[in-house]
Design a protein around this ligand. Structure first.
Ligand SMILES: [Zn+2]
Length: 215
């Protein structure tokens, strides 16, 4: 079962994809994580994409398509995969169709207020990268990492005024991708304003209804 997950920043699609990956036993392929990993390793690919990632720009389609092609041809993808962070453009969506068949695109949506609350409460450890939320997952001591004792900070990206802009940019750039999957009849909107387990449950329900998953 080949799944694509879509949704604005802060909607939590990475979290849902990870849970679904455990349940369905197919890999969660996060292109963001993959690229960061390559950059950290200093591989040829990593060196190629470093500048784009650091500037917050989209990596060119040709490079991304090669990366995906390579990744989904690996053995752990035999029974399918959950693609997160790709496609980001209509051209990528079309290119993806030329290398594999996507069964379903799960489009996670939540009201703007919910997303702003989720993102603006996020705090990250400067030392180890652990992620907290001042309301939903607070550290034991405010501003201090439970794991390593490092200082917590708020990403510039997670400030409310920046979030609004990010959401606007997302909406505009992803509209053609959503339309593309809608026209193919495989775009499913999932209400992501509920808790993680509930959201995951609605995904499984949809997969069953679509005949992609047996009971
Ligand atoms: Zn830490």
């Amino acid at each position: 079962m080949n799944i694509v997950v879509l949704g604005p920043p802060g909607v939590g699609k990475g979290t849902y994809a990870k849970r679904l990956s455990e349940i369905l036993k197919i890999p969660h392929i996060s292109t963001g994580d993959m690229l960061r990993e390559e950059i950290k390793k200093g591989s040829e690919l990593g060196r190629k994409v470093k500048g784009y990632v650091e500037r917050g720009e989209l990596v060119p389609d040709e490079i991304m398509i090669e990366v995906i092609k390579e990744r989904i041809s690996q053995r752990d993808c035999e029974k399918g995969f959950i693609l997160d962070g790709f496609p980001r453009t209509l051209k990528q969506a079309q290119a993806l169709d030329s290398i594999t068949k996507i069964d379903i695109a799960l489009n996670f949506l939540a009201p703007k207020e919910v997303i702003i609350e989720r993102l603006s409460g996020r705090r990250i450890c400067k030392r180890c990268g652990a992620i907290y939320h001042i309301k939903n997952m607070p550290p034991k001591r405010p501003g201090v990492c439970d794991i390593c004792g490092g200082p917590l900070y708020q990403r510039e990206d997670d400030k409310p005024e920046v979030i609004e802009r990010r959401l606007e940019v997302y909406k505009n750039t992803m509209k053609p991708v959503e339309d593309y999957y809608r026209d193919k009849g495989i775009l499913i909107t999932i209400d992501a304003s509920a808790g993680v387990e509930e959201v995951v449950k609605s995904c499984l329900k949809v997969l069953k209804e679509k005949g992609l998953l047996s009971d």
